[in-house]
Structures are given as C-alpha cells and as structure tokens.
Design a protein. Sequence first.
Lengths: 139, 158
Amino acid sequence: MKTSLKRKAPATRALTTLVAAAFLLPVGAYAQSMSPMRGKVTSFTDMFAVKVFPANPYNHRIKVEVKVYDADFRPVPAVISPSVLLLAGNSSRQVTVMVPFGPDRQKRVRICTESTPWAQFGQNNIKAQICGKFIAQRR
Amino acid sequence: MKNRMIACGLMAVFLSAHAAHAQAVSGAVPFSGTVDSSCTVIVGSNGTLAASTDGTVLGSKNGGGSAGTAQVFTNDGSFGVSVANPTGFDTKPGAFSGVPDFLAEFALSTGKSGNGNSPAPVKVPKGQTDVNVDLTATLTNAVFDKGDYKATVVLTCE
C-alpha cells in the first residue's frame, strides 16, 4: 500500500489525503471563530489533512489568516487553502490544511486562526488568535 | 332495494373511515446537528497607552491609559487563554531607537490572571469570560520620544 502510494503523483497523493480526511473528520461544523478545536487524524499517506471552519462573529468584514504551528508555536510548513481570507460578517468558511508528516509517524500541530486588528496610533491593539490542537497518526 | 341500501351503507362507512384515516396522516421531520468544540474571541476596545511622568514607561496602567477589552466564548471547559509579549512597536517615531521591555498582562472576569512572561494558558470556563488586557513598555535609562506608538498584543485561545 505504501509503495503504491509513493509511486503516485503528488497531486494524486494530495487528493487521496483529502478524500481520506473527508471520511475521517466531522464535516459541516459551523461555529464562531474556529471549529473544531480538537481532533485526531489517521492518514495512510505522507500527509494529513484537516478541515477547519474560521468564522467571523462580528457584523463587519474581517481579514483572517490561518497558520500552522508546532507545540512551541514554531511555524510548520503546510499547504493552507486559502491561507488568507476575507470573511463577511457572521459568516464562516472552510479552510483545508494539509501538513506533511516528514520523518515523524505522529505529529501534533496547532492550527490557528488569526484576525488582523485595525491600526490606530497611541493604542495597543489586541490580535485574536484561536488555536485548535490536532494529533495525526501515520499508518 | 334492501340489498342496495346495505351496499350504500357499507360504502358510506368505508368512505368515512378512509377520510378519517387520511386526516390522521402525519409525518415526522427529523432534525439532527453536531456542535463542535469552538472558541470565540471578540475584541471589544483597544487599549490606550500613556507615558509615565518620568517618561520611562509607556503603558495602559498609567494615568490616561486604559486596558483593552475582549470577550471569550467557549463551549468546552478545556480551553485556556494566554497573551504574548510584543517583540517591538508596530509604529514608533522615527527618532526613537530605544528597546523597551514589553509586558502584556490579562485579567479574567473569573478572577484569574496571567501575563506574557508565563505563557501557559489560563483555563476559562464554558460560556462567556470577559478579559482585560494591559500592556507596559519599560525603558531603562532612557525616555520615550514624543510621537505616536502602536503595539499589538496577541490574545490566544487554545
């Protein structure tokens, strides 16, 4: 199984990962800011995929970035689609995050939704960051 | 004649029974849903920085300054919040070359508090929690130049 997957083109591998993720993860979740916040993923390829749903609880449009970090908040390379998005007020959108395992058989990542604050002089702005914790196992 | 009357009677009984049955038909419409764990941070107001009288501290706790506010909503009691100290000003006067020490602090409506020097998340209960966020920038042997300063505190729910 592993050998046959390795022979596949990267695009095919990615598609396989996405299809696997679609079966493994709960879908259709709508909540404010980000959901789900916890998750366990089993993948049979060298990548795993997670679907998260950033949401905008405000009545106005906001710019949101999705980033992936490790347990120490160091950036983790990942394919995030889309990584930057504009969310209309009270709306939510699906973001697909694909993370390579690298040499690890188990990977713990934080997938974070970060909102961009408005710049105002003389003030300390607050940037909201919502981070879900996910554990992935490679089989 | 008698047989016809019996037949009509039986048909009337059958039709009335059928009509009554049709009126009693009902259908169940099932609903289902899944609530995933979620955390929401709604930033209320930005904080305001003010300089201390000796000019060495720029902070929201100084006279004229104010804390930033936010609300955290969770549906899972396992989440916590934390803040990160800024590494520098987003905006500062061109002449300013000081390197201040930043300290971001937060206080929850539950009575708990934390700061950027101890980044371990502080648990928040399910439901709404109000958060006050303060920021202090301290210079050693220097004063803040006149001008506009802006810094950003990251409030994390995880």
